[in-house]
Ligand binder design. Sequence first.
Ligand SMILES: CC(C)(COP(=O)(O)OP(=O)(O)OC[C@H]1O[C@@H](n2cnc3c(N)ncnc32)[C@H](O)[C@@H]1OP(=O)(O)O)[C@@H](O)C(=O)NCCC(=O)NCCS
Length: 187
Amino acid sequence: MSSGRALSEVRILPATAELLSEIHAVEESCFSSPWTRKMLEAELTGNPFAHFLVAMSHERSTVRAESTILGYHCFWIVFEELRLMNLAVRTSMRRQGIGRALVTEACRLGMEQSATRAVLEVRASNEPARFLYTHMGFIQVGRRPHYYTNPSEDALLMELNPLVCPGTRQTERVRRSGGESILPDSL
Ligand SMILES: CC(C)(COP(=O)(O)OP(=O)(O)OC[C@H]1O[C@@H](n2cnc3c(N)ncnc32)[C@H](O)[C@@H]1OP(=O)(O)O)[C@@H](O)C(=O)NCCC(=O)NCCS
């Protein structure tokens, strides 16, 4: 485990519009070309394919305007395809399994809704994200030159096909309780 305060428990919950400002602040701190507040809001409230999850500490697991999110994940389930759209974990909370838990829950929901593969794009230089996805079974299946701006950079297209729920095979860290995913102490 790297830096950051001790993690007691982390819950994965559906995001609500009240968390938009906090999500936006984390987004701006994590990306050189962050999604705008309007883009985030559109995914949270106006896109029928979009799902938006937040990771929250156990003590603050009730989604309230003043609660603190540790990370979030926006993904689409479009018929047979799970598309991972946006994933971020607060800098101080990284390398504690939160990113993996957010992706695992997306895979679980995708499978529940009959998705058969998962796809994503990632900046070629983004080693933490590439390692995370590779760790979870994704493989590189293509490259999109100059896909990103600020700075201009290629995207790697990665795929998990067939879609599996990596967390259940790889680790018992994610438990289920009352419709929520929980990461227990032993991260
Ligand atoms: C990518 C990101 C979401 C990972 O979140 P995280 O909570 O730190 O990841 P996890 O702790 O779940 O890591 C799971 C595995 O991924 C790999 N991994 C994650 N970060 C890594 C790093 N910095 N270096 C090497 N491997 C890493 C490891 O295999 C790790 O398992 P381990 O800790 O048991 O070795 C986080 O670094 C982040 O928010 N980055 C900025 C935003 C971003 O790039 N989002 C992705 C856009 S495609």
